[in-house]
Structure formats: structure tokens, C-alpha cells
Design a protein around this ligand. Sequence first.
Ligand SMILES: [Zn+2]
Length: 281
Amino acid sequence: MNTDEVRHDPLTGVVSIHPDQRDKPFPVVRRTLPDPGGRCVFCALAAASVNDTNDIRNGDDVSHLQRNSPYSFVIANRWSPFGPSGGAELVITRRHVTDFESLRVDESEDFLAALLEVRARHRDKFRRTLAFVNVGLEVNGTQPHLHGQVVSTNLDVAAPMAMTVTAASLDTDVSLAQQHGLVINDSSETVTYVAWAPTTTGEIRITSQNPETLATALHVTLTDLVQAFGALAYNIVLLEGPRLVAQVLPRFTAVGVLPPYFGMAVIMIPPADVAAALRHQ
Ligand SMILES: [Zn+2]
């Protein structure tokens, strides 16, 4: 008898398939960090001198400083995925940390504020903007130094997932999580929950009214996730919507899990199990 369950995500439109495999052990793979080859590119940039036109000179290399703070700095990314017609900026922490959970609370607030500020600037200029963080080679994190990215384009491409959520779809999503006991934390400021119809195994969503509380909730969530499952690789994706919404997309295994290329995801660990593990932290 086929007991696989199919769920439809109100937020992204992705269909997830939940095979009946509650009693099967699932191997969790730890993140691998890229080898900086003895020299961290971002630490070199953080230490390089800035001239009065805000150019950072690092040997022959010149990067333009777009935003500066005691904890982070923003530069244009010369490896823009969309080339000269698109926009791409990097938000880089001044301190060398490999992951979001290693930041102090004030650093994480600053980092998120910078990402949101860059995104707002791009939103005025581009039709499509995506703000995200990749930690670990398994999720395309190509530097071992924490950084966020904002990439934008005016191309009218058909996105596989809706990056803009509506108030109604968000309410539906949160209430599905409530009905199925997947809410990890619910305060007047933020709701943290495991997605009932996730886009990847163990997807956690956080919705919040302001950047400070979102930063704190992200910090707590990632700390608990790593406590529960080990230091796995993850993406953080910021969705556009009536409130701030972050997707935390852990990569539990390097093989055997398909990303939702066809608007369809195979979910290997039941969301309820992930919620239970996080609640015990
Ligand atoms: Zn570094």
C-alpha cells in the first residue's frame, strides 16, 4: 500500500512528497567549509585600506564600499550571476566567523539590517531581487567566511518558486503549522515553525515584524538546529512579503535529496520530528 503523503505549500507553491519512513534511520551529513588556501579573501578585504572615494584597495584589487558599519561591510560582487545587466552585492562580516550562529546578537542584527537595506535599494532598481546566505559547500557556500548576497535582475524569468508571499498565504502557512504542532516559538514579535509543506527536508520558517527580532530568532533557531543535528550546511533565504519572512533550509544529506527543481520536493524527515528535536533544545 502506498502511504506517501503529498502536501501543497501555500507560501511557495512547491508540492512536497512525504514518504512513509518514520522508522528508517536518516544519516545527517556535517557541513564542509571551503579551503581558503591559507588566506581568507574576505579577511583581507576587511583589513584593507579605504580611500576617500570609498574604494577598498587590496593589492591590485579595488572594490567599492557600498555600506560600512563596525560589524559588516557591503561591496559589489564582481561575480554577479547576471553579469553587467544585473545587480549583485555582498554583505561581509568584519569578524571571521563561518556561520550565522557564531555571531553575537548585535552582530547578527547588523548583518541582517545590511542585507535588508541592500535588498530595499535593489527593489527600487530591479524587477527581481533575492537576498540569501549560504553556509557550507553543500549549499554553494564558496567562502569559509560568513557573507550574505543580494542578486537582482530585470530579466523577466519564470521563477520556480514564488519569492513574494501574501498576507493570506502567510496566515495559512502559520495556521497549518499550528494545527499540526509544528510551532517552535510564538511571541508577539515572531513566529518560528517547521514548515508543514517544506521545500527541503527540515525547512524552518521565521516571520517577524522587525529586523532585530528576526535576527534574534534566526540566531536561536540555527543554534538549536546545530545542537540537535550537528553542524549541517544551510541556506537562509529572505522572502518578500507583508512581514519579514526567512526560510532556513538545512541540507541534511549531500546525496539522495532532490532540490525542488520541478516545484516538487521529497521530504526525508517528517516535519514533526524536526519540530520535536528543536523543541528539546
Ligand atoms: Zn575571513
